[in-house]
Design a binder for this molecule. Structure first.
Ligand SMILES: C[S@@+](CC[C@H](N)C(=O)[O-])C[C@H]1O[C@@H](n2cnc3c(N)ncnc32)[C@H](O)[C@@H]1O
Length: 350
């Protein structure tokens, strides 16, 4: 009986091993990774990697203080989120720490200015900014505030603390302003906002935010020019441009191919250490992607996959992240970082 059991076990082991080895023999080689030269700054130069997500979540929960209810569907939330911030806060149960119940607009006053040397936490900074924007009925919708805040919170640790941030197609500029506000201790940080047109709301937001986060004064510049022109001026500056300032480029909802222009600005003109975009308006954006990929994955994914392969060819480590889909269905972030060579690439180079 025991001999029989040993024989069966042996047969199974041999079978298992032979199946395993025949599979191994048939498995195709992994395609070689593109040869990339990793030059200039990479994010590991100035920031320790931390809290990198391990899974892709297509609609994460809100990280910031202002949240949209999970119970309302996208279309109805879209309507209600496109309400001026102060009115949205008055009409919805937002549970913000500075609101007294029952809500009275008059009860919201400006918070005292924060002090950079006291190292205020990100939460303190965001709460103070929100309180200030509500107290002054700032000219911005709840949707824009949530979008900028969630984008900032998803990325702040990943792009770390570069010395220059370029917010391309910045519009009202709140996203770039949040990156300036969120780095009180980084005195050399400068945020450049670039947009074909500087909207009047920018100066109002900047001044209100400067009142509570005084360190952003003189750290933010608005360049009212097309990003193509800005890219040319950066290229023309050539070596006289401050290449010692590691640069991160961000671009939220730059319509259609403008997102690709932002990626070119980042990788070619600015040689950025990292770039993060939240694309929108996908029509026509996947034309060069094989038809089957478009059919299987949809045009939006096909376009972002094309962008991710292009960025990888430029030598960037590419990943995806998301902001909560209650804010917008265009909620996918494409994030690319120049990194020191990763283990896999290093092994393949040996
Ligand atoms: C949908 S808005 C996004 C604004 C902002 N980033 C946001 O998320 O709210 C697109 C912005 O791109 C700007 N824009 C359009 N063409 C541009 C160009 N060629 N160069 C720079 N900005 C441009 C528009 O003025 C507009 O502010």
């Amino acid at each position: 009986m025991i001999r029989l059991a040993i024989l069966v076990l042996r047969a199974l082991c041999i079978g298992h091993l032979s199946i395993g080895s025949s599979l191994a023999m048939r498995a195709p080689d992994m395609p070689p990774l593109p040869e990339v030269s990793i030059s200039g700054h990479h994010t590991s130069d100035y920031t320790a990697k931390q809290n990198h997500p391990t899974s892709y979540v297509s609609s994460p929960s809100f990280k910031g203080p202002l949240k949209a209810s999970k119970t309302i569907g996208y279309s109805s939330s879209e309507v209600s989120l496109r309400t001026r911030l102060a009115q949205y806060v008055a009409e919805n149960d937002t549970n913000l720490p500075f609101l007294r119940k029952p809500f009275r607009s008059a009860s919201v006053t400006s918070p005292p200015p924060l002090v950079a040397s006291e190292r205020p936490s990100t939460q303190m900074i965001l709460n103070a900014i929100l309180q200030q924007l509500v107290a002054h009925n700032a000219p911005i919708d709840a949707k824009e505030v949530m979008e900028s805040t969630e984008f900032y919170l998803s990325l702040r640790k990943r792009i770390g603390a570069p010395l220059q941030i370029v917010d391309a197609c910045a519009g009202h500029g709140l996203t770039g302003l949040l990156f300036a506000a969120g780095n009180p201790g980084l005195q050399r940080l400068h945020v450049n906002l670039v947009d074909a047109r500087e909207p009047a709301s920018f100066a109002v937001l900047r001044d209100l935010m400067t009142d509570v986060c005084p360190w952003i004064r003189d750290r933010v510049t608005y360049h009212a020019q097309p990003i193509q022109e800005y890219a040319t001026s950066m290229r023309d500056k050539g070596t006289s441009r401050d290449r010692n300032a590691p640069t991160a480029v961000i671009g939220t909802h730059a319509c259609g191919s403008l997102t690709d222009e932002v990626l070119h600005l980042a990788t070619e003109a600015l040689e950025a250490a990292s770039v993060a975009v939240l694309p929108c308006c996908y029509t026509g954006m996947a034309k060069t992607v094989p038809y089957g990929v478009q059919r299987a994955h949809g045009v939006a994914w096909a376009a972002d996959l094309r962008r991710s392969f292009w960025l990888a060819e430029q030598g960037y480590h590419v990943d995806f992240a998301c902001i909560p889909s209650e804010i917008t269905p265009m909620n996918r972030i494409l994030i690319a970082e120049k990194r020191k060579m990763d283990k896999y690439t290093a092994q393949n180079k040996r």
